[in-house]
Design a protein around this ligand. Structure first.
Ligand code: GTP
Ligand code: SPV
Ligand code: MN
Length: 627
């Protein structure tokens, strides 16, 4: 270190800048930072440059402080355990702030408590903020993270700056986004950026004991979005989507609102390509709710010969119809994967395993005695009797069925560029052209393997009626089938009725080449609760059918709920499948389902529910009545 610089902050005095040059930052950034420093009163400021040396320095500090431990079995990999109270996103504490309530949330009918976003007034939230942020970084370093969502400089990309007092966030953001001091050059001309403030909410000395060296403040956690001013303020949680603000807060909630204003889409979707045996490549985007299979599909290993899958992204897609060609072009705004660890293994998702053997962070997984990661699903790849230290710190011998190594929402965080099948166009500034859009959820009952929408509006309806069994990625505990329209329930940044209408409107421009829309379900079970479909690598068979439909092959036939594969048209070679059970449309189930869907959508969206969706529901009812 050369000499230490200071910033003089009004009412606070001199704050040392231990890294970076505050004075050289764009002036609108300086102004904002000075305000945030004054608010949070850190003892030092560190302006990140995204370099490897910086990562090494921060890692060393976290290891010394006991927040991270190396996993010596791999290269530059670390394990981290959180406070068990801070393990997933917190939808119930995630708010949208707009002047008019209904810019944020729909006009739900009396009594229906809105689950498509939570609104608070600026007065109400001011109280919450004033109760939390002043002095929240006392005794801690404030890190400034300049980052790009999307390739730096691409016209489809957007810039954010996250302020945080969590060094774990600094390391994770380096993996998940493009952190670089080049960002400042792009901001010099006054270009706007998304302002993200994150604090663990534990000023020092801590008022309460810190568990597992993971400071957090669960009682006071709030995640607050100001879509109008493109701002995010997050307090009290260090985990995932609560703290890596480029991800769900920016790339979905804030970007979704920007996309609405500007005429594009920010979606909870993977992006992949499939090349068939004829060498023809198609790009697909797919939306499944959290922990329902996006990462797995995005990097699947085909079980039938002749197909190649390449991954562009596993969680978020930004898409816009090209004004000239009419193609829907998509980019992955992220640079890493923050993937569900349990269930991932060399059989289900070898590409994910191979991606995270270097430069990765594992949170809330178990550890083997020889310094490797361990989680449920790795049984067959780990010698019996191996000593495991579980995420709670408990040691046991592998084979003890009473013990769990990992939290079900345990995650790996790894650079996308390390994925063996990452697409060579994954950072293409112009994105990739999408031919098909898939929606899906966990539907143990009633819902067939694959359905094609009759047309765009029907596809939007299929997305609007999306439901899924709840998972551990959020705070929901009991297993229940929940509505999750477009797999966006937790992530929408503005009135959901407008969001649906925004989707519908793309049909109005005749220049737009609308992709075909599909709904899939890998999770239907038989009477013994066993999956009827093998899933994972065998999902290529469904993708193959989808691509042939994109090419207008005559392999689909109408049903009450959409176009279904003609019997024999899906490649089932080598599988032992009960096709009739997998594809059945139980009439009672569907009549109940469509009634419940209407009731729910009407309750949640009220008069904001687009008329076109009501009409689709009516048409579906009529088709069902003829069954
Ligand atoms: P988020 O990162 O939370 O958005 O999750 P995701 O949608 O990327 O889900 P992911 O691919 O991580 O899968 C979550 C869980 O679903 C894992 O436990 C997988 O093993 C399981 N899963 C994924 N694909 C399939 C499938 O085709 N069939 C079955 N039965 N399970 C699957
Ligand atoms: C999800 O829950 O959809 C995730 C994990 O991808 S998190 O980043 O925590 O939102
Ligand atoms: Mn996700």
């Amino acid at each position: 270190f050369s000499e230490v610089h200071y910033i003089t902050i009004e009412k606070l005095g001199n704050v040392p800048v231990t890294k970076g040059d505050f004075q050289s930052l764009p002036s609108h950034v300086q102004t904002w930072l000075a305000q945030m420093i004054q608010l949070c009163t850190p003892h030092a400021v560190h302006i990140c440059d995204g370099s490897v040396e910086e990562a090494e320095m921060v890692t060393k500090m976290l290891v010394e402080g006991g927040q991270l431990a190396p996993l010596p079995k791999y290269e530059n990999c670390y394990i981290c355990r959180t406070d068990p109270r801070d393990v997933a996103r917190v939808e119930s504490k995630t708010f949208l702030i707009t002047k008019d309530k209904h810019e944020s949330v729909p006009h739900s009918r009396d009594g229906a408590s809105c689950v498509l976003g939570l609104w608070k007034s600026s007065d109400e939230i001011k109280k919450d903020i004033d109760d939390r942020f002043p002095g929240c970084m006392r005794g801690r370093t404030l890190y400034v993270i300049p980052y790009s969502m999307g390739p730096i400089g691409s016209s489809l990309s957007k810039i954010g700056v996250e302020i945080t007092d969590s060094a774990y966030v600094v390391l994770s953001m380096r993996v998940m986004t493009r952190v670089s001091s080049d960002i400042w050059k792009h901001l010099r001309n006054g270009e706007e950026f998304v302002r993200c403030l994150h604090s663990l909410g534990v000023p020092l000395p801590a008022a309460q004991p810190i568990v597992n060296n993971w400071p957090c403040n669960p009682e006071k956690t709030i995640i607050v979005h100001f879509p109008d001013s493109r701002k995010v303020m997050s307090f009290g949680s260090g985990y995932g989507g609560n703290s890596l603000l480029g991800k769900k807060c920016f790339a979905l909630r804030i970007a979704g609102r920007i996309a609405y204003d500007e005429g594009w889409l920010a979606e909870h979707m993977l992006i992949m390509s499939v090349t068939n045996p004829q060498g023809e490549e198609k790009f697909i985007a797919a939306a499944f709710p959290s922990a329902c299979g996006k990462t797995n599909l995005a990097m699947l290993t085909p079980t039938i010969p002749g197909y190649t899958v390449r991954c562009v992204g596993d969680d978020i897609a930004w898409m816009r119809f090209d004004k000239e060609t009419g193609e829907l072009r998509a980019i992955n705004p992220e640079a890493g994967f923050f993937g569900v660890a349990p269930g991932t293994n060399m059989k289900t998702n070898p590409n994910a395993i191979l991606t995270c053997l270097q430069n990765s962070i594992f949170t809330n997984v178990g550890e083997t005695a020889d310094g490797g990661f361990y989680w449920e699903g790795l049984e067959e790849e780990t010698p019996a009797g191996t000593e495991i230290t579980g995420w709670t710190g408990e040691k046991y011998k592998l084979g003890d069925k009473t013990k769990k190594s990992s939290h079900p929402n345990a995650r790996f965080c790894c650079p996308a560029r390390q994925c063996p099948i990452i697409h060579d166009k994954w950072e293409n500034p112009a994105g990739v052209p999408i031919s098909a859009i898939i929606f899906g959820g966990r539907r143990p009952e009633g819902v067939p393997l694959v359905v094609e929408a009759f047309n765009w509006a029907h596809g939007v309806f299929l997305a609007a009626q999306l439901k899924s069994e709840s998972t551990a990625a959020a705070e929901h505990t009991a297993k229940q089938i929940m509505h999750d329209p477009f797999a966006m329930r937790p992530f929408v940044g503005y009135n959901f009725g407008k969001y649906i209408q925004h989707w519908l409107n793309f049909e109005k421009n005749p220049n737009n080449k609308l992709p075909k829309i599909f709904h899939v379900n890998w999770f239907r079970v038989d009477e013994n609760n066993k999956f009827l479909w093998p899933g994972y690598g065998d999902n290529i068979r469904v993708l193959d059918w989808i691509i042939r439909r994109v090419n207008n092959e005559d392999i689909a036939e109408p049903s009450a709920v959409g176009l279904l594969p003609k019997k024999g048209s899906l490649n089932l070679q080598g599988l032992n499948i009960n096709w009739d059970k997998l594809m059945a449309l139980p009439k009672d189930y569907w009549i109940g389902d469509v009634d419940e869907t209407l009731q729910w959508l009407d309750g949640q969206l009220g008069d904001d529910l687009p008329q076109a969706i009501r009409e689709e529901i009516q048409k579906q009812k009529e088709r069902l009545s003829k069954l």
